[in-house]
Design a protein around this ligand. Sequence first.
Ligand SMILES: Nc1ncnc2c1ncn2[C@@H]1O[C@H](COP(=O)(O)OP(=O)(O)OP(=O)(O)O)[C@@H](O)[C@H]1O
Ligand SMILES: [Mg+2]
Length: 203
Amino acid sequence: MGRLIVLEGLDGAGTTTQARRLVEHLRAKGGKAHLTREPSDGPVGQLIRQMLTGGHAIPGQSIAQSTFGLLFAADRLDHLQREVEPQLAAGATVVSDRYYHSSLAYQGTGADRDWITMLNARARRPDLTIFLQVRPEVAAKRRADAGRVQELFEDLRMQEEVAAGYKATISELMAQGERIETIDGEASPDAVFGVILALVGSP
Ligand SMILES: Nc1ncnc2c1ncn2[C@@H]1O[C@H](COP(=O)(O)OP(=O)(O)OP(=O)(O)O)[C@@H](O)[C@H]1O
Ligand SMILES: [Mg+2]
């Protein structure tokens, strides 16, 4: 049975960059590794991506957070069944670019917290989660420099709320015994990767 390793952080924290590098590295060392992400590439994940980039907009309204809470949780269980569990069973290290920590940090900060927690209660716990800590303004600058089109959750004030959401989520999950390592995501990509490798160890 392989390990499930999750990378988390604000939009622009570098999760995609580091997840790719980690999988490449594990493979180069002769290990079996599988790169994946949430929203997943399955049917529910594709729908979420369309909704996040403005597809399926409701004229004059924004789509309710509770709708996203349901969709993300549905995508997660589908992702686990369709992709993550089979890969783990085949002995691969699965590296996921985001997981339920994102749901708790993005959708689970307000009145919906217990409900979002319940929706995700059946999702397998990762073996290791690495949180790339980057200040919201630094993450925003990276997104702008990369010329990225702003998505629904990406304005600065919202990202500050998400940062607070991650903080609360991480302490709560760690208190339940989950292994979550918070590392400095503002260092150079090579330096961040070095710290990740030290945490992950060999394939
Ligand atoms: N440690 C770093 N220092 C400076 N720039 C970085 C670092 N890591 C990533 N970047 C750059 O910041 C931008 C965002 O990185 P990346 O796409 O990996 O972030 P992300 O966390 O996956 O963002 P999103 O959540 O929006 O997908 C990219 O242009 C990337 O090259
Ligand atoms: Mg990314």
